[in-house]
Ligand binder design. Structure first.
Ligand SMILES: [Ca+2]
Length: 110
């Protein structure tokens, strides 16, 4: 299942366009706009697995850089500072990456 099947192409387009400017990314607003909060756990897991490109079970820094592209291929990359902020918000146990549980928490907090 693809991101557009889970979240809808229109939602994704709007959310990605809203944060097109470098440095403007706000994960809470993005998660709200893209409708992630309204998804069930199974759908959240699918989204997580798409973002976890190498299927390591974690979203690492490199994958966070490509976070927006996980939703839309032509989206921009996140800046180093945006990655740092997103990681800081999502990495609850401080291991430098975001696991599936942490991803669910990040969505729940948004
Ligand atoms: Ca990974």
């Amino acid at each position: 299942m693809s991101m557009t099947e889970i979240l809808g192409a229109e939602n994704i387009k709007k959310a990605v366009e809203a944060f097109a400017a470098v440095g403007s990314f706000n994960h809470k607003k993005f998660i709200q706009m893209i409708g992630l909060k309204n998804r069930n756990l199974e759908e959240l897991r699918k989204v997580f697995h798409i973002l976890d490109k190498d299927k390591s079970g974690f979203i690492e820094e490199e994958e966070l850089r490509l976070f927006l592209q996980g939703f839309s291929q032509d989206a921009r990359e996140l800046s180093a500072q945006e990655v740092k902020k997103l990681l800081g918000a999502g990495d609850k146990d401080g291991d430098g990456k975001i696991g599936a549980e942490e991803f669910s928490m990040l969505v729940a907090e948004s």
